[in-house]
Design a protein around this ligand. Structure first.
Ligand code: HEC
Length: 297
């Protein structure tokens, strides 16, 4: 959208950023005119006199990633949990500083793998990696952690001599920021939503008679979310079955039997074991969710 707004040709070339000199050489040798995704803090920009930097187009934050069900919704809930981090990153420093129990991994991939296999309860990671992981991995959620000292404004670089381009890019970013940009960043998992402020303890609700229209409890909502992300592609959005798998609404067994089947899977079918992936309590909650669908029809 920046290219479109400034009226430039658009093509993407990826370069590993581990050695920044390789990246900036592309600019200096005229192979491209704009490099995206750079911190625009003086610590980064001060020793690069041949470059000019745009205004930031987003702020990279630290994000907390955990399972959508039974996961952690804010750093305040981390308490006794085991938190995975990548060694020597801002996330590592944040988790250490706040005194959470942390387990350190060498790479971002290893950190995500530890979360996926439940070796840790949650991880803290830069928002673009966290957001992208959540995009492509059903069953996980990410929320941004507020920590102003570790927020990095991200912008783009051009050659110092390209004053006109720099100004045009700044104008484009300013123009896109209020409208198109937030949506693009969320859609591509570059930014993640901020955790809602912890609400004050709500007044106890008066007891309500059960009814069809009652709004779902947090447990039901969580069960629905797990069901939709993990089970619905085979058993159907409405749990009424598909060509791939059985109708779960008409499941005749008990909750315990349901639990056993889901824990162990059905060998030789697409129904894989979920033990260790979804907790027993969450499987039971899915059972009750599916049952509630059956009653509603
Ligand atoms: C990749 C496809 C797939 C996914 C995902 C899947 N299942 Fe299944 N499921 C099957 C198949 C195939 C069977 C066995 C054959 C059949 O009953 O259709 C089955 C059987 C079952 C049964 C036994 C049904 C019966 O009547 O005996 C239950 C209960 C069940 N699945 C629950 C779940 C739950 C809960 C999830 C999500 C956590 C889930 N399944 C995810 C494919 C899937």
């Amino acid at each position: 959208m920046i290219a479109e707004t400034v009226g430039a040709d658009f093509g993407v070339h990826w370069f590993p950023t581990a050695r920044e000199i390789l990246v900036f050489r592309q600019l200096h040798e005229d192979r491209c005119d704009l490099v995206m995704g750079l911190p625009v803090t003086s610590r980064f920009t001060d020793d690069k006199p041949r470059l000019a930097f745009s205004i930031p187009y987003y702020v990279m934050r630290q994000a907390l990633v955990s399972p959508s069900v039974g996961g952690v919704r804010s750093a305040g809930e981390l308490g006794p949990k085991l938190v995975g981090v990548q060694a020597m990153t801002l996330s590592d420093a944040l988790v250490y500083e706040r005194g959470f129990t942390r387990k350190v991994y060498r790479t971002a991939e290893e950190t995500f793998a530890a979360l996926a296999t439940a070796e840790v309860d949650a991880i803290v990671m830069e928002s673009p990696l966290a957001g992208w992981f959540v995009k492509k991995t059903p069953g996980f959620q990410a929320v941004a952690i507020s920590d102003p000292d570790r927020e990095l404004p991200i912008g783009a670089a051009v050659r110092k001599t390209d004053v006109e381009l720099k100004n045009a890019v700044d104008r484009a970013i300013r123009q896109l920021t209020p409208r198109a940009l937030p949506d693009i960043l969320l859609r591509h998992g570059i930014a993640v939503a901020q955790a809602p402020p912890t609400p004050a303890a709500p007044a106890p609700a008066p007891p309500q008679p059960p009814s069809q229209t009652q709004s779902p409890t947090p447990e039901q909502r969580a069960a629905r979310s797990t069901y939709l992300t993990q089970c619905s592609q085979c058993h159907g959005i409405d749990a009424a079955g598909t060509a791939a798998a059985a109708n779960l609404r008409s499941f005749k067994g008990t909750e315990d039997e349901f639990l056993k089947i889901v824990q162990n899977g059905r060998p030789g079918t697409g129904m894989t074991p979920w033990k260790g992936i979804i907790s027993d309590d969450d499987i039971r909650a899915i059972y009750r969710y599916v049952k509630s669908l059956a009653q509603g029809s």
